[in-house]
Ligand binder design. Structure first.
Ligand code: AMP
Ligand code: FES
Ligand code: ZN
Length: 287
């Protein structure tokens, strides 16, 4: 196998792109995909501060690595959810990464009782938004990759979640002064590609999944999509990109929903109590 760019020996084959790359050109390919994502969706500029949500895993640390090299003004955000050894280890990876590159890292400790994993995505989004507002950052970037996005889409389609479909996007604009922009600059890159990039960049990341994520339906959906990808390279890409290009506009709601502020915590909601406060009540009741 030869590198598509320079003809040297290739170290990675990307069947979906019908290409193979050497170490140097793979990294360039990777960075180009991130640049293209940022450009296409006008995610952020070099003048704005960007809050990069880092979990200590390969995706978010690879993302932070690229954004630093590209000259963006980044600050990391690690949410310490108190998940025993997993949080200790993943926080240590983020701290080590930030220290080695002399970039700022905010660590936000969540002291309230941990919600079940079914609510953890919601809680993380809430806490990221709150931290960004507190820090005066207009945009939060997460490490969601092509596999994450395709699996989420698959789950939403399986249940025809009509609220979730229009909101699934590589970039969500701020629709309220208390909601910051949310972007996913790795949405064009697969999990295998982010793992390869993190490895080649010698990033020390946590390999283990969160212990509470084991058995989650998103993992089952990823397995199904991987089987489809094996049979037909590009299946995941076509599923996600086809949705974004052709179907998502159809699902966009014609009438705008009215956004209010949660009567308890002040964050944005369509009801009187926000989903995070409702979840907190449920967790309290269950004890
Ligand atoms: P996950 O939901 O674990 O697949 O993570 C998706 C993305 O959310 C990651 O790539 C990170 O950008 C972000 N994220 C997940 N967990 C944390 C955390 N504990 N602190 C900060 N960001 C996180
Ligand atoms: Fe949901 Fe850890 S509790 S990923
Ligand atoms: Zn090459």
């Amino acid at each position: 196998m030869k590198c598509r760019k320079c003809g040297d020996a290739a170290v990675i084959e990307l069947r979906r792109h019908n290409a193979a790359f050497c170490v140097t050109d793979f990294q360039e390919f990777f960075r180009n995909q991130v640049r293209e994502a940022i450009r296409k969706h006008k995610m952020f500029t070099k003048d704005e501060p960007v809050l990069v949500a880092v979990s200590g895993g390969k995706d978010s640390l690879a993302l932070w690595d690229v954004l630093i090299d590209e000259g963006y003004r980044t600050t990391g955000l690690y949410l310490d959810l108190g998940i025993f050894d997993y949080s200790v280890e993943s926080k240590a990876r983020c701290e080590k990464f930030a220290a080695a590159r002399s970039v700022p890292l905010i660590i936000s400790k969540q002291v309230t009782r941990r919600p079940p994993c079914s609510g953890c995505g919601l809680s993380k989004r809430y806490l990221m938004n709150r931290a960004a507002l507190e820090e005066g950052m207009p945009v939060v970037a997460t490490g969601h990759n092509l596999d994450d996005e395709a699996a989420t889409l698959f789950g939403s389609v399986m249940h025809w979640q009509m609220d979730a479909l229009p909101r699934q996007s590589p970039a969500l604009a701020s629709t309220h002064p208390k909601l910051v922009r949310r972007v996913k600059p790795l949405y064009r890159l697969s999990e295998r590609e982010t793992a390869a990039f993190a490895f080649l960049r010698r990033i020390d990341y946590i390999v283990d999944e969160c212990p509470f994520a084991v058995g989650a339906t998103s993992i089952a959906h990823k397995e199904i999509l991987n089987r489809m990808e094996d049979a037909a390279p590009g299946a995941k890409h076509n599923f996600l990109f086809g949705f974004l290009d052709k179907a998502r506009p159809v699902f966009q709601r014609a009438e705008a929903v009215e956004l209010k502020e949660c009567t308890r915590c002040g964050q944005v909601t369509t009801g009187t109590l926000c989903a995070f406060c409702k979840l907190a009540d449920q967790v309290k009741r269950a004890l």
